[in-house]
Design a protein around this ligand. Sequence first.
Ligand SMILES: NC(=O)C1=CN([C@@H]2O[C@H](COP(=O)(O)OP(=O)(O)OC[C@H]3O[C@@H](n4cnc5c(N)ncnc54)[C@H](O)[C@@H]3O)[C@@H](O)[C@H]2O)[C@@H](O)CC1
Ligand SMILES: Nc1ncnc2c1ncn2[C@@H]1O[C@H](COP(=O)(O)OP(=O)(O)O)[C@@H](O)[C@H]1O
Ligand SMILES: [K+]
Length: 471
Amino acid sequence: MRTAYSVETVRAAERELMARLPEGALMQRAAAGLAAVCTRLLTRRRGRVYGARVVLLAGPGDNGGDALYAGARLARRGAGVTAVPMDPQRLHPGGLAALLAAGGRLAQEVPRRADLVVDGLLGIGGRGGLRPAAAALAGQIPPGVPVVAVDLPSGVDADTGEVAGPAVRADVTVTFGAYKPGLLVDPGASLAGAVHLVDIGLELPPAQTQALQHADVAALLPAPTATSDKYRRGVVGILAGSRQYPGAAVLAVAGALRGGAGAVRYVGPAAEAVLARYPETLIGPGRVQAWVAGPGLGEGRAGEVADLLAQDVPVLVDADGLRGLDPELLRTRSAPTLLTPHAGEAAALLEVPRESVEAGRLSAAAALARRYGATVLLKGSTTLIASGGGPVRVNPTGTAWLATAGSGDVLSGLAGSLLAAGLSGPDAGAVAAYLHGLAARHAAGSAPGTPILAHEVAEALPKAWHEVHSR
Ligand SMILES: NC(=O)C1=CN([C@@H]2O[C@H](COP(=O)(O)OP(=O)(O)OC[C@H]3O[C@@H](n4cnc5c(N)ncnc54)[C@H](O)[C@@H]3O)[C@@H](O)[C@H]2O)[C@@H](O)CC1
Ligand SMILES: Nc1ncnc2c1ncn2[C@@H]1O[C@H](COP(=O)(O)OP(=O)(O)O)[C@@H](O)[C@H]1O
Ligand SMILES: [K+]
């Protein structure tokens, strides 16, 4: 499990540790880790550190200090290191002295030729968008030169991943002590590149943000035992599709059949299309251990969705099922509810513009979970799973090729199947998003660089399932 922590938590852990260590020890640990990553990168690109041209963008705080001390280490190995301060009057004094003593120099402008740029403008002390001096330096980074961000790309909000105005786009981010949520959640995550975590010895409480990894998913996946039968493994009911959108029903059933439930029951007007593709499907109402309600329902079906929500079994509500959902009705349910909106549907539920959901994904997911008393899986470039009180899960798998019609239907069937198999709302949501994203990568991998289709994602689910068990 990867875990991420808020600035407040990181600072508290840092204070506690600093009180037990000699002054400056933590920054030396951070700088050593940063210099090691820079060394690896330079060695890979040009064979050695000696003679490399390294540019440090140095901000006024400790983030700049980390960069300056790391720069000093690289200068001692023969790199030509130039620090460009955001404000020449405010540079970390110890870091500056170390850099100059090691043979580094100061400049006012970013040199045009460089082998590596280190972004030490702002770390967890950054607030709001980059101010003009910082934005100007960020804008001078020569194109094509690899950028290593110190702790996080400057301009990214560490707690939320929000980016107000310009920000640094890094190839690699070296983060200290713990991941910050902004490194896992878009738009920040897309600016961070590959993230390296340097352990500086912080002791941290239970995480507020988590990202599952293969082993976590493998441990949660259902597996039949000697005493299993199809009913004990769980039956998932799918209320989906309409005369206009029969395909959504087929795709939701496709996801559900590969999600670990013992049987899939379909209810709705697309039975013929479903059976033609999946003769395994049971047709018509009956007992289920979880419902999926919504994909391709079209308009005017809210009554059917409400009837399912009145049953005391887990219900996943997606797509058209989300229209006009009553928060009161959901809050009075005792069985779990899982809502799976994309940004547009989340915006409608929250009565805010879509852009504000996309810019503030973490807060939107958490607000929805609170308002509806449900687990919320917010789809998009980084899918988030939020539930009242518990940590927010950030899905690390997927590909932008998933932005294709019908892939959400596969996801809802899959997550519903996991609910029927007995997973909790947050686990079903997180495991489904993880497998769905991996399956999409498998599907995309069969002809790299070309579009994928939603049914191919469903067909690749067994490969994803196998992959999480085999590593
Ligand atoms: N917290 C920890 O556990 C550790 C922190 N370290 C480093 O310390 C950093 C935090 O250092 P600081 O608290 O000094 O904060 P920063 O260095 O992130 O930034 C603080 C300075 O930036 C200015 N500033 C804030 N927002 C700005 C904006 N939008 N545009 C322009 N200027 C802005 C502030 O006025 C302040 O002077 C971390 O990110 C990390 O790099 C490491 O040295 C080691 C351990
Ligand atoms: N830019 C993106 N990068 C990665 N995944 C994405 C992106 N945009 C959408 N997705 C994923 O694609 C799927 C689309 O679902 P959805 O919007 O419900 O489409 P549909 O209703 O057509 O099935 C979701 O799993 C979502 O997380
Ligand atoms: K930075």
